[in-house]
Design a protein. Structure first.
Length: 127
């Protein structure tokens, strides 16, 4: 359905360090920078890009928006969360754990990145 997700950030170096850590915790490789100063990640068929807003205005996060990252296990989601906290992220919502959803049990871990974007690691529980 999607080709990529682009997040606006304030500080490319700070955000790259954060996303290198959280995507690395999921088994991904560090981001690659382009000539325009954007950073791109590609992992498991998905692409995430980071950049300063083209219009020169400050980056802002989407109120009500969340970008979800697939985790292979609850332990991987916990490692993702810990890596984010260690690299400038902020814990939000409930602590990482299982939540009941209308479509099954999910293991969720939520963070805000250094620019304030809301992200989460998601593992769909068996059964």
């Amino acid at each position: 359905m999607f080709t990529h997700v682009m997040l606006g950030v304030h500080n490319i170096d700070e955000s790259k360090a954060f996303y290198d850590a959280v995507i690395g915790a999921l088994g991904g490789k560090p981001g690659r920078s382009d000539a325009k100063g954007r950073v791109a990640y590609s992992h498991n068929g998905a692409m995430l890009m980071l950049g300063r807003p083209i219009d020169g205005q400050p980056a802002c996060h989407a109120n009500g928006g969340t970008v979800g990252f697939a985790a292979a296990s609850p332990e991987q989601a916990d490692a993702w969360h810990a890596a984010g906290l260690a690299h400038g992220g902020t814990a939000i919502e409930d602590p990482p754990g299982v939540r009941d959803a209308p479509f099954g049990k999910l293991y969720l871990a939520y963070l805000r990145d250094p620019a304030g974007n809301k992200i989460c690691a998601v593992h769909r529980m068996a059964g």
